[in-house]
Design a protein. Structure first.
Length: 179
């Protein structure tokens, strides 16, 4: 694994356990270099990786998310990698809407025997994320009076509404009928 200087981007890779995770394992056991900032999460199939998982990963401080699945037409769950690819495109659109670059999320396809290719693609992705810089979404930490570390979300600016737009506030069902 490659150790870069200064600010290492925080990257999470959701890897299909049948192909991409095996490729990452092969890259590691072959002593191929790939970024140390890459945190690998094995999933049964990339099709199981929900949009909420990816967005939560960014919220928790990741600068980039790599979704690595089986080769097209070779998914162990038939179409899971195709669903994941569409989902990654959708997440890219969402990232642009909130002011982040769509390049922060990427789908790659590798087979279990493609350890060198996995290392190469992970390195390229890490370089892209390093050039983009941090997202600025990392949670701040503060120490409360008991000296326990408490995470605080980074404040986000409220959206500006046009005159004809209205915000609907939904009632919390747990507080209805209470005074």
């Amino acid at each position: 694994m490659k150790n870069t200087s200064e600010h290492d981007p925080q990257i999470v890779a959701f890897c299909c356990m049948h192909c991409a995770y095996a490729a990452a394992d092969l890259a590691g056991s072959s002593r191929l270099e790939y970024p140390t900032a890459l945190k690998i999460v094995a999933v049964p199939c990339t099709g199981r990786t929900d949009a909420g998982h990816i967005l939560k990963t960014f919220e928790d401080g990741a600068d980039g998310v790599l979704v690595a699945g089986c080769l097209p037409g070779r998914c162990h769950f038939v179409n899971g990698n195709l669903y994941a690819s569409k989902r990654v495109d959708y997440i890219g659109d969402l990232l642009e809407q909130i002011g982040l670059q769509r390049e922060r999320v990427r789908m790659i396809n590798v087979s279990a025997g493609m350890g060198a290719r996995f290392a190469e693609l992970a390195g390229e992705f890490a370089e892209t994320i390093k050039q983009l810089g941090a997202t600025g979404l990392r949670k701040r930490q503060r120490v409360n009076r008991t000296r326990a570390v408490v995470e605080e979300p980074v404040p986000v600016a409220e959206p500006q509404l046009a005159e004809d737009e209205h915000v609907i506030h939904w009632a919390d069902p747990n507080t209805l009928g209470r005074t």
